[in-house]
Design a protein around this ligand. Structure first.
Ligand code: ARG
Length: 417
């Protein structure tokens, strides 16, 4: 018999897993379960989640539209860093977890619950993210992770349990058990089933919000993204709220087949997993943000950001959004964005989002300095001579010591490495 719990707040998507969890919690803990469903722009039928929770006997059903909060307070701060995990993953699921945890904790306090529960499995990153965030926000709250407690060991057994308890099992477009999908305003992630074999090519029907680049329009589309202090604020000159802007970029990106990534990633728990991500708007946003930074950030500032970026991305991936080290890095990143304002023109075409023009009132770009024509004389070509001489000094010294100065070409040089 588990420890006595008075009231639980469950992170409830309305999907198969969390519906079963809801039932299981009620039976196992014999206490009230309050459900929290975040409207993250996943475009699922949220009303369906309400109905399901009602059918399962929930009295206190919370469905909260957190789209603006999600983009403004989580996605945008992360994009200021150009965060990418392992060079490819835009962290669409990772960044939603701390926001969900924040609301679970808030509701738990409001209704006097002593525990929160989530539907993340015992093999994934999401359990870590939910729980570390909860630890940081309210150390006194208990956390129930049914996937680590119950005797159900697999998706097959889960579906069996659902059938036994009259919980409807959703089907995918082909009438089969669905993939493991996580969707929000930033991305759709698809895992499991045939994708578990990384040697198998992902079937075309798994993609949900992007067209195949091959089928994208044959005409490119040009868009202008406006930035202020590192955050996108307008699209084609029209001011927009963070969520509205990301929604608009998603539509454009989806239409042009932008932001599909098929990868194998290293989970925090030590497992490699294969996933397919669709991040249409985020992919455009990253390109545009790098575009505006390219003219507004000093070289050393930009390079420092790039050095800390993988570290920052790993913190978010591993569930340390609420941590002193993430806050410290965020302060550095936010400070760097003081002059990251202006407009970037991006060309969307068959799966690609390429920056083709950028402009800023705070630009550091100096035509006078860079021009192949005659400049005003600020840059003296002769300075470059001494600059190269001194930088080359130690290389000459090194080469002389190695005795290779006479044969700089070919295999002999290569063999010294
Ligand atoms: N592997 C991704 C991550 O750890 C996505 C996890 C959730 N996605 C899912 N299909 N269940 O961020």
């Amino acid at each position: 018999m588990p420890q006595k719990i008075e009231k639980i707040v469950l992170s409830y998507s309305g999907g198969l897993d969390t519906s079963i969890i809801l039932k299981w919690l009620q039976q196992t803990y014999q206490c009230e379960v309050v459900t929290f469903t975040a409207d993250l722009g996943q475009s699922d039928e949220l009303e369906q989640a309400r109905q399901k929770a009602e059918t399962l006997g929930v009295k206190d059903i919370r469905i909260v539209d957190v789209r603006e909060e999600f983009v403004r307070d989580f996605v945008f701060p992360m994009f200021r860093a150009n965060a990418l995990y392992e060079g490819q993953y835009l962290l669409g699921s990772s960044i939603a977890r701390p926001l969900i945890a924040k609301h679970l904790v808030g509701i738990a306090r409001e209704v006097g619950a002593d525990a929160i529960a989530h539907g993340a499995t015992g093999k994934g990153n999401d359990q870590v993210r939910f729980e570390l965030a909860t630890n940081a926000l309210d150390p006194s709250l208990r956390i129930i992770a049914p996937w680590r407690e119950w005797s159900i060991q697999s998706r097959t057994e889960l579906i069996e349990y659902a059938r036994m308890h009259q919980i409807p099992v959703p089907k995918d477009k082909r009438g089969e058990a669905p993939f493991s999908i996580d969707a929000n305003l930033l991305h759709t992630s698809t895992e499991g089933k045939v994708l578990e074999n990384p040697a198998e090519i992902a079937p075309a029907y798994i993609y949900q919000r992007t067209v195949d680049p091959v089928d994208a329009p044959n005409e490119p589309e040009i868009v202008v993204v406006g930035f202020e202090k590192g955050d996108a604020i307008s699209l084609n000159g029209e001011a927009m709220t963070p969520a509205a802007l990301l929604t608009a970029l998603n539509k454009l990106g989806g239409k042009h087949g932008i932001g599909r990534v098929d990868l194998v990633e290293n989970r925090f728990v030590g497992i490699k997993s294969r996933g397919v991500y669709e991040t249409p708007g985020g992919t455009i946003l990253l390109a545009a943000h790098r575009g505006i930074e390219s003219i507004t950030l000093d070289r050393a500032a930009a390079h420092l950001k790039d050095e800390i970026m993988p570290r920052y991305a790993a913190l978010i991936y591993n569930g340390f959004w609420y941590s002193p080290e993430r806050e410290m890095l965020q302060a550095l990143i936010d400070h760097s964005q003081t002059y990251v304002s202006g407009e970037v023109t991006v060309k969307l075409y068959k799966g690609s989002a390429n920056v083709i023009a950028r402009v800023s009132a705070h630009s550091l770009y100096s035509l006078d300095l860079v021009t192949f024509e005659e400049g005003s004389g600020t840059y003296d070509h002769h300075d470059a001579e001494g600059f190269i001489k001194l930088n080359g000094l130690r290389l000459k010294n090194w080469a002389a010591r190695n005795g290779k100065s006479q044969s700089l070409l070919g295999s002999e040089l290569m063999s010294t490495f």
